[in-house]
Design a binder for this molecule. Structure first.
Ligand code: FAD
Length: 388
């Protein structure tokens, strides 16, 4: 019996050099395939540049999706070491130490306790902590009154731009092509409905496979090939500050309670260069106020809990649009409409980049289906919706 093996010289065009597309391109090129990565703009300048970039599996439901995120979280260290120059994960801003959050109001505290209990029942390393433990864990915080607090010790953060830049460097070492600015504008098909070339603003590129990892543009680009990949609009705002001295020395990610009067909870983390990132609400909160006034308000709220930021200036960042599949879950796999077009569309793409890139590379390069893991996330679920 002949055991099927992959054809190493297959040509793969990856569309979109965000953290998802760049990671997939790197993994496929590392398998010996001839990869061309294209982006209509600077690599990393899409949603990845707006991301809070917290690596986590909390607040991810149901259990299967939680475990999928957990698996990727657990892969990040090895993924980062393989990707970063000389294996130095600090070079891509990968940092561990966990996340703390706390609540002051009874109702919110009760919800926090329930969430911790559920995550613990799933075996996730999170736990309730006292106010004094919270202050000891991260002495730079001025936590105020605490009704309930939590510490999720295995979570972390990374800098998506540095990850994308590292992917581009690895791709160059693997003799893969990276073309920017090069916009995908159409496809050419053979009689069997397979894509034989992509049309771009830099000319046609012949290919055996196309990976669409174009973030929010994936819906439109897939439709050009006749595939239906619906998304929801999901605007988000995470502001920056001017650099401050190192503050969050122990716990990189902080969720602090709202201050009343519609001022929701905020999340704070510190970049490797000392800038703070501040957003409000949860991971999916819709926000479109990218004004200086709103940035100033977010900074003021952060100063309430992290006095060391006082004196920094708030730098507003334009609204970022999360790639957001209509049902909120990843879309991974070849489409039923076009057999050699692979979709890689997801929210939480920073957390999920290691697992998505590994599975996409395996499915494209080995011609196999990782159905036991990916069946909930197949593009076919939308084809069925459309047909009804
Ligand atoms: C405010 C905000 C906060 C977030 N916080 C977190 C978080 O804490 N943790 C987490 O895990 N995730 C978070 N996310 C989600 C995460 O950032 C995204 O899931 C991830 O960045 C998506 O990466 P991507 O590569 O799929 O898309 P993108 O980064 O958007 O990349 C897509 C690329 O495709 C290119 N492109 C588009 N059209 C074309 C075309 N026609 N031809 C060629 N190229 C094209 C674009 O220029 C872009 O560079 C957040 C997102 C936002 C916006």
């Amino acid at each position: 019996m002949m055991v099927p093996t992959s054809s190493h010289r297959s040509r793969v065009v990856v569309v979109g050099a965000g953290i998802v597309g760049a990671s997939i391109a790197w993994r496929i090129a590392a398998r010996g395939f001839r990869v061309t990565l294209i982006d209509k703009a600077e690599p990393g300048s899409g949603a990845s540049s707006h991301s809070f970039a917290w690596i986590n599996a909390g607040a991810k439901e149901p259990l299967g999706y939680h475990n999928f995120n957990r698996r990727s979280l657990d892969m990040w260290q090895r993924f980062g070491e393989a990707l970063a120059d000389d294996g130095n994960i600090a070079g891509i801003g990968l940092r561990w130490g966990g996340k703390v959050s706390w609540e002051t109001e009874d109702d919110a505290a009760q919800r926090l306790v329930s969430q911790v209990r559920q995550l613990q029942s799933w075996g996730y390393p999170t736990r309730l902590i006292s106010a004094s433990e919270l202050s000891e864990l991260e002495p730079s915080l001025d936590v105020g009154d605490v009704t309930a607090a939590e510490y999720s010790e295995n979570e972390g953060q990374v800098e998506p731009q540095l990850v994308v830049d590292a992917c581009v460097r690895r791709l160059a070492e693997l003799d893969a092509a990276v073309h920017t600015p090069t916009e995908l504008v159409g496809f050419s098909f053979d009689k069997g409905g397979r894509i034989v070339a992509v049309s771009t603003t830099s000319g046609d590129i012949e290919c055996d496979y196309v990976v669409l990892a174009a973030g929010t543009a994936t819906t439109h680009l897939a439709s050009l090939a006749g595939a239906y990949i619906p998304q929801a609009e999901s605007p988000g705002v995470v502001i920056r500050t001017t650099p401050v001295r190192e503050l969050l020395r122990n716990v990189p990610v902080v969720y602090a309670p709202g201050l009343g009067n519609g001022r929701q909870e905020i999340h704070i983390r510190q970049c490797a260069d000392g800038r703070m990132m501040i957003g409000e609400g949860n991971q999916e909160s819709l926000a479109e106020d990218d004004s200086q006034a709103h940035a100033d308000d977010l900074l003021e709220r952060a100063c309430h809990y992290l006095p060391g930021i006082v004196g920094a200036e708030a730098i507003p960042v334009p609204v970022g649009w999360r790639p957001m599949p209509l049902d909120g879950y990843p879309v991974m796999g070849f489409t039923p409409e076009v057999p050699n077009m692979y979709i890689a569309l997801t929210h939480s793409g920073v957390t999920l980049a290691p697992v998505l890139s590994q599975l996409a590379a395996m499915e494209v390069c080995d011609g196999v289906n990782a159905d036991d893991v990916l069946s909930p996330y197949r593009p076919t679920r939308f084809a069925r919706t459309k047909a009804r």
